[in-house]
Design a protein around this ligand. Structure first.
Ligand SMILES: C[S@@+](CC[C@H](N)C(=O)[O-])C[C@H]1O[C@@H](n2cnc3c(N)ncnc32)[C@H](O)[C@@H]1O
Length: 232
């Protein structure tokens, strides 16, 4: 029996190299790892989650779908239980970008170009891109996907060669712009609308806000990127 996975998780799975040894951090039900093994894309999966209950569900699912012989399971915070020598690919999906940055920061061993990082934040993507740039990770590619009325982006990153990103690039990276995705106009609209509301809200409140100039700069950059995108 094949496990069904969402378009959003498929977008992560598509970026996994053939034969990869994967750590799925925040695995929840374990669907992604099971799919990767069933498809023969991954050769081994370490499934880890902060909470016992979802992890037990992942264990049950792996039995049900016949992949438990190529999986190991841990209840742990972030990468704490992962043996660095057992994996070459780290996936984090469905958490906030700030949480992912924290998870990477707690595991200095990921600062090694042999690890491929596949990151799909639900929120705070700007914080995650800022972190990656500041810590020297380079974004190799980004992809957009629509699932259930939402747009998600998936970052493929690796340690080495990364440099700090501007506020605008933290919201929309060069790699996402170069992806040529047909969803880019909608992504632009969503980000520009959200930033406009944030900036207007802060200005209306007339209170000091330490991040006002950061949001203003990001918005200006996004508007400029959009102009160039529309008339290259
Ligand atoms: C919304 S689910 C996403 C599940 C799956 N990765 C996906 O994208 O469909 C987020 C999962 O991350 C787990 N989680 C949150 N913080 C975590 C951490 N610091 N370390 C490991 N797992 C974490 C939660 O327990 C939850 O099961």
């Amino acid at each position: 029996m094949k496990i069904p996975i969402s378009q959003r998780l498929l977008c992560c799975a598509d970026q996994v190299a053939q034969g990869a040894r994967v750590a799925d951090i925040g695995c929840d039900h374990g669907y992604l790892g099971i799919w990767l093994l069933q498809e023969g894309r991954a050769s081994y999966v370490v499934a880890s989650d902060l909470r016992e209950q979802p992890l037990q569900k992942a264990v049950e699912n792996s039995r049900l779908f016949g992949t438990s012989d190529r999986m190991e399971f841990h209840v742990a915070d972030g990468l704490a239980a992962v043996d660095p020598d057992s994996v070459d690919t780290i996936i984090c999906a469905g958490m906030g970008g700030d949480c992912m940055a924290h998870i990477l920061e707690q595991a200095p061993w990921v600062r090694d170009p042999r690890y491929t990082l596949i990151l799909q934040p639900q929120t705070s993507g700007n914080d995650l891109r800022r972190y990656l740039g500041e810590r020297g990770f380079s974004i190799e590619a980004e992809r957009l996907v629509r699932d259930g009325g939402f747009l998600y982006f998936t970052i493929l990153a690796r340690f080495g060669g990364g440099t700090p990103l501007s506020p605008g690039e933290q919201y929309l990276s060069k790699q996402l712009l170069e992806s040529g995705s047909e969803l880019l106009p909608e992504y632009f609209d969503r980000v520009i609308n959200a930033l406009t509301k944030t900036v207007e809200g802060i200005r209306r409140s007339k209170k000091e806000h330490e991040k006002l100039s950061y949001f203003e700069t990001a918005l200006q950059e996004l508007l400029e990127m959009r102009k160039q995108y529309d008339s290259p």
